[in-house]
Every structure is written in structure tokens, then in C-alpha cells.
Design a protein around this ligand. Structure first.
Ligand SMILES: NC(=O)c1ccc[n+]([C@@H]2O[C@H](COP(=O)([O-])OP(=O)(O)OC[C@H]3O[C@@H](n4cnc5c(N)ncnc54)[C@H](OP(=O)(O)O)[C@@H]3O)[C@@H](O)[C@H]2O)c1
Length: 192
């Protein structure tokens, strides 16, 4: 059975936990009060926190995270301007995490899915599909298997380099929803 530790207890943490537990995985949460003392029991760690919180978690839990699968779901926007990402040009939040923890198996996933679409299984009238990018084939297929077991679709979106494109899609989707051109129950979808 897969064991997940999810940092955060907010909208995405709750929605992702719902998908994973529906598929038979066990899930524990670490909240923002547990600054560094918690034991990570999961083999896979989901960072369901705002991007600015990620670096503190990577520092505080560096030893425990060093060899884990880490799922980065963040959209690293500049929330003051809503007009750019805060990661270096051509890079991604996921690539930055991989650089910080070279022994970890970093995956990018869920950042193109609004939380409500993970819970409902629908993006408008279409089924919700989670796009998963990463360099470790085994880690990627394990996450895809667990998402699929939880009754959502999941697609291998390529290597960790594709996190750059996934973050661009997540950024654009957020600006469309924030400006009320699309709803928070909709968004981009793929058909296969
Ligand atoms: N909402 C969406 O539809 C959506 C879609 C795609 C991607 N995302 C991404 O998903 C991430 C989470 O978004 P969200 O909407 O779920 O936000 P949210 O509802 O505000 O939840 C954020 C969670 O992170 C926790 N947190 C903050 N710092 C922490 C720390 N150091 N250790 C442990 N937990 C910490 C918060 O705890 P406290 O409440 O105690 O501060 C809260 O539980 C963001 O990076 C966002 O860009 C969101």
C-alpha cells in the first residue's frame, strides 16, 4: 500500500488526500505548526503549501526528504503583480526543488487542476486529468497508478523539464479564473 505525507491541510491538501485515500493509499498531514519536529512516515511527500513556504520545509526536513518522492503542486506566482512567475526564466519550482534535494525523486503534478475538480472528478463536463512530470519513471508511474486508483485520469507529461510548461499552464489558468473569465470548477482539460 502506498503511504503519503502531505504538507498542508488546505484546499489542495484535502482534495489530493481524498483522491489518494479513495484509491487505497494511506495519508497523513503535517500542518504549519509542526515547524520541523514531525516524523515523515510517507514514502511520497506532497507539498500542498504556498510556494514561499517550500524552501523552509526543504531546509527543516532536508534529512528526511533526501531520498523521498516529492510531489510539487505549486504555482509559483508573483501574487503581488499576478503578472509573472517567481522562478528563474526557463526553470520551474519543481526544478528548483530537485536542485536543492538532488537525491529526491521530484515530480510535478496537480498544479493544472483546481482543487474542486479533483474532488468532483470533472472539469466542466469533462473528466479531470492530472498531468505528471518527472525524471524517475518508477516514481511517476506509482503516482499515476495511485491517482488512477482514486478514479481520476492521470497522464505522464514527460520529464521534469516539462514542469516549466505545466507551471506556465497553471499560471495562465489562475489568471483566467482570478479575472472571472473561467470558473474555479473549470479550467484546462485534455482528452485522450
Ligand atoms: N487551490 C487550487 O485550486 C490550486 C490549484 C493548483 C495548485 N495549487 C497550489 O497548491 C498549493 C496549496 O494551495 P491551496 O489552495 O491548497 O492553499 P490553502 O488552502 O491556503 O492551503 C495552504 C496550506 O499550506 C499550509 N502551510 C503553509 N505553510 C506551511 C508549512 N511550513 N508547513 C506545513 N503546512 C504549511 C497552510 O497552513 P496554515 O493554514 O496553518 O497556514 C494550509 O494548510 C499552492 O502552492 C497553490 O499554488 C492550488
Amino acid at each position: 500500500m502506498s503511504r503519503y505525507t502531505i504538507f498542508g491541510t488546505g484546499n489542495m491538501a484535502t482534495a489530493i488526500a481524498g483522491v489518494l485515500t479513495a484509491g487505497g493509499a494511506t495519508v497523513e498531514h503535517i500542518n504549519s505548526d509542526q515547524t520541523s519536529g514531525a516524523t515523515i512516515s510517507g514514502d511520497t511527500v506532497v507539498l500542498a503549501v504556498p510556494y514561499p513556504a517550500v524552501s523552509g520545509i526543504l531546509t527543516a526536513y532536508a534529512t528526511q526528504l533526501a531520498n523521498k518522492t516529492i510531489v510539487d503542486i505549486t504555482n509559483p506566482l508573483n501574487f503581488e503583480t499576478f503578472d509573472s512567475l517567481v522562478v528563474p526564466d526557463g526553470s520551474s519550482a519543481a526544478a528548483q526543488i530537485q536542485q536543492t534535494l538532488p537525491g529526491a525523486r521530484v515530480l510535478k503534478a496537480f498544479n493544472t487542476n483546481f482543487a474542486s475538480t479533483l474532488t468532483s472528478g470533472k472539469v466542466g463536463e469533462n473528466p479531470t486529468t492530472v498531468l505528471v512530470a518527472g525524471d524517475d519513471a518508477d516514481a511517476k508511474s506509482a503516482l499515476i497508478r495511485d491517482i488512477t486508483a482514486g478514479q481520476l485520469r492521470a497522464i505522464d507529461a514527460g520529464s521534469l523539464k516539462r514542469a516549466h510548461e505545466l507551471e506556465a499552464v497553471g499560471f495562465l489558468q489562475l489568471t483566467l479564473a482570478a479575472s472571472e473569465k473561467i470558473s474555479w470548477t473549470g479550467g484546462f482539460t485534455v482528452n485522450n
